[in-house]
Each structure stands twice: as C-alpha cells, then as structure tokens.
Design a protein around this ligand. Structure first.
Ligand SMILES: N[C@@H](CCC[C@H](N)C(=O)O)C(=O)O
Length: 276
C-alpha cells in the first residue's frame, strides 16, 4: 500500500508528515529508516504521524520517529509543522489548541498571519528525568570526551539535551565533539548535542547534532534547551533569537517557574506517495 505524505520543514529541519488519523500505516524501525534514506527513500530528519488524541483536552496527537528509525518523544520544529498541517487541512483554526505529543500535551497558538508559537512546557534540569548520570543537579557538569574535558549543561525539553557553550560554532572541534557527545555513556538514552555561541543577551548561534538524525539544519527543542541552560546561568535575557544553519527561531523564557515559548517557520514543500 502506498503511503501518502507531505514533505515539510521548519528552518531546514525536514519532515515527512503522514496523516494517520484514520489509522497508522505499518511503521517499524527498519521501514522508517528506509523511508528516511536520502538516496533510496524520501529523506528526512524526522517522520511525523498525525493521529487522534486520547489525552483530555487535546485536539490531535502526533508521533515522532528519527531518520535512523528510533522513536523520539518531542520535536519542536515538528510540532509547528503538525499545527500548520492541521491548519491547512481545516482541522485547526486560528487561536490556541492542545496537541498530545509522546512527551505530554503542548499548546500551540496559530496566528491569523500563519505564525505558529508553541508552549513547550518547563525545562527539566533534574538529572534522573533527562536521563543523565550525575549525583546532583548543577548548572554545569564536567564530561570526559576523548582526551578533552567539556563543560556541559543538561536539560530535558521532553527529550534529552546537552548544551556546550563555544566561542565559535564553526570551529572544526564542534564537528568532532557532536557525535561523541550524542553517544556519551552518561546519557543512557543518548542525547541531542547543542553547541551554542552567545552573541549578546538576546541573540545566539546554535548547531545541533541530533540523536537519531545527525547534524540537522535546525532543532527546535535544541534551541529551547540552549536558551534554558544559558538563561539559568544569566548569560541571556528572557527573549532570545536563535540563529541555526537553516533559519531563525525565537525562544522566550522568563525563567524557573515559567513555561518556555518557541516560535518560528513551518513550510510546505510537496505531497508524495511512498511506494514500499
Ligand atoms: N528536530 C527535533 C528533535 C527531534 C528528536 C530528537 N532527535 C530526539 O531523538 O530526541 C526538534 O526540532 O526538536
């Protein structure tokens, strides 16, 4: 059976979006990895399925798979694309709606101009919840990576993130550290590795090596994680523009006790059918 999909992206983080509201096609790790192959498949960073919700107050649910076939629990750029897809399908209107993600409900706000903002919830810094192997919660942790000791911040945005502050995200050292950090044994479920360069209190540059997808042009939860870690250290203010290789996201976080808002683009590319 061919699988109909919509190709979308959010700041260059690209997705195949499948309408599974009437039933999900058979998806398993090996099939998703075949679909994600950029030469023999559709090619994407993540596959998103749009499904009916069973959580109270949620209009719809979405599922997330990385391109290597592993399941994921949250995807910031993905949730904006899901909301834009539902809006285009006439299933959501302008205003606020709750969507059920594998990590729990999120609120999306669709503007009349098509702009989509998402309440991504509160960042979670407790190591056990990330999960990260550390005796106690801290602003920074020293991590051995090969023959280097790297200072990281660790946080969950529904999925695990390690954040490293660097002086230049274009430094070739970052290319080397990304894959090593993603697979570090102190993150038993793997981790999304973000490298952030502070430009000022309201602007940073960021590159993310994603668990299950490698280097991506943008990572929404990675942008949230970077701002959460930096804001907790008083390195940035409450509203930060995050420049990623594929585009710009805006993150607003007042600080502990508040939820974090993300806004950015969600673009349609084409409709297709996967024949496998
Ligand atoms: N691209 C995403 C994050 C996708 C999931 C991640 N690779 C994981 O395994 O946790 C985003 O925009 O947040």
């Amino acid at each position: 059976m061919p699988i109909a999909f919509t190709k979308m992206h959010g700041a260059g983080n690209d997705f195949a979006v499948i309408d599974a509201r009437a039933g999900r096609p058979l998806l398993d790790a090996s099939r998703v990895a075949r679909m994600g192959d950029r030469h023999r498949g559709i090619g994407f960073d993540q596959l998103l399925t749009i499904e009916t919700a069973d959580a109270p107050g949620c209009a719809y649910a979405y599922g997330i798979w990385n391109s290597d076939g592993s399941p994921a629990r949250q995807c910031g750029n993905g949730v904006r694309c899901v909301a834009a897809w539902l809006r285009r399908a006439g299933a959501l209107g302008v205003g606020a709606a709750r969507l059920q993600s594998p990590a729990g409900p999120v609120t999306v706000r669709i503007g009349a101009d098509g702009e989509i903002a998402v309440d991504m919830g509160a960042p979670l810094f407790a190591p056990a919840g990330i999960p990260f192997d550390a005796p106690a919660e801290a602003d920074r942790y020293a991590l051995a990576l090969g023959d280097e000791i790297v200072q990281i911040g660790a946080v969950s945005m529904g999925n695990p993130h390690a954040v490293v502050e660097v002086t230049d995200i274009a430094d070739p050292r970052v290319d080397r550290l990304g894959p090593a950090l993603t697979a570090h044994p102190r993150f038993p479920a793997g981790v999304n590795a973000g490298f952030v360069q502070v430009l000022g209190e309201d602007a940073v540059r960021l590159r993310v090596h994603e668990r299950g997808a490698g280097w991506t042009l943008a990572c929404g939860t990675g942008a949230c994680a970077a701002v959460a870690v930096l804001r907790r250290r008083d390195r940035v203010g409450p509203r930060v523009r995050v420049a990623l290789p594929g585009g710009m996201l805006t993150i607003a976080w007042e600080g502990p006790g508040h939820t974090l808002w993300m806004s950015g683009p969600a673009a349609f590319v084409y409709e297709g059918e996967y024949l496998d």
